[in-house]
Design a binder for this molecule. Structure first.
Ligand code: GAR
Length: 188
């Protein structure tokens, strides 16, 4: 495996997923080379504490250039709440992945993020929930599925308790999936 595979992590919120990706980078053989945010958020401080370059931008030409400058081979969307423009999806096809807190194709699409997803799972009466890593395409949450993990929905679950259980699995699934992709795919 190429132990110097660079990833960029895009985040918009608390950045707990980013933190896991930073903490586990050595173990999984990738390097977080750049963190991109579209707004001021706690993820920035997490990157700075780990001495990782950050870019706060909504300018996709600037973001695209930064990815090239930092020799990024894989972009990982980890709670990034902006739509990726079509031209970026095409240019970086099969080099952008997303973690979504549902068993796609269930509970997907624009506006379906974070705890809202688990609210939808409970409202639908699902007995199983989970998370999905998928390639990013121009269709929101519509790219091909790479890996999924399921968790049970328990009788007394609230959106928050279910969300915590799903997020625990996300943090197991995502670093492993990145390592698998880096091993299997001849990235860019
Ligand atoms: C994660 O649970 C991720 O699955 C979700 O946002 C959370 C980010 O948390 N992403 C989506 O819902 C995308 N549709 P974090 O900011 O603490 O890493």
């Amino acid at each position: 495996m190429n132990t110097t595979s660079n990833i960029a992590v895009f985040a918009s919120g608390a950045g707990t997923t980013l933190q896991t990706l930073i903490d586990e980078q050595l173990q999984h053989g990738y390097r977080v080379a750049l963190v991109v945010t579209n707004r001021d958020c706690p993820a920035i401080a997490r990157a700075q504490n780990a001495h990782i370059p950050t870019l706060l931008s909504k300018d996709w030409t600037e973001i695209d250039q930064a990815l090239t400058q930092h020799d990024v081979q894989l972009v990982v969307l980890a709670g990034f709440l902006a739509i990726i423009p079509e031209w970026i999806c095409h240019k970086w096809e099969k080099h952008i992945i997303n973690i979504h807190p549902s068993l796609l194709p269930k509970h997907s699409g624009k506006g379906m993020y974070g705890v809202r997803v688990q609210e939808a799972v409970l409202a639908a009466g699902d007995t199983t929930a989970g998370c999905t890593v998928h390639y990013v395409s121009a269709e929101v949450d519509g790219g091909s599925i790479i890996a999924q993990t399921t968790v049970p929905v328990l009788p007394n679950d609230t959106p928050d308790t279910l969300s915590a259980r799903v997020q625990q699995e996300e943090k197991r699934l995502l670093p492993r999936t990145i390592a698998d992709i880096m091993q299997k795919v001849n990235c860019k």
